[in-house]
Design a protein around this ligand. Sequence first.
Ligand SMILES: [Ca+2]
Ligand SMILES: [Ca+2]
Ligand SMILES: [Ca+2]
Length: 117
Amino acid sequence: MTRSLTSIPFALLLAAPVALPQSFGPQQIITTAGDHPLWVSTADFDGDGDQDVLSVSYQDHTVAWHENTDGAGTFGPQQIISTAAQGDHLFRITTADLDGDGDADVLSSSAQDDKVA
Ligand SMILES: [Ca+2]
Ligand SMILES: [Ca+2]
Ligand SMILES: [Ca+2]
């Protein structure tokens, strides 16, 4: 019997134990403050060791974050970082420490003003 090498990993994948799906609790609403929130990300924005939530809202061109106030998923009110994107085409955000100072910085892209900021 001839087997191609490409079929072996697939057979091993099928034989591997299958992890049971994680169960989740009920939906927890963090905010309804943004007008058409389009993208979210997480980072520790205040440096206290827990993950905070970053969001971008399409219609009000707002980048904002919510502090994880207890480290267990309770979030504070919207804290606006920027509304500088022109028009209503603010699309994506991500975070990284761009200046090497140890804190999370925010990157955004907005289509109408052709800007990455
Ligand atoms: Ca934090
Ligand atoms: Ca916190
Ligand atoms: Ca930084």
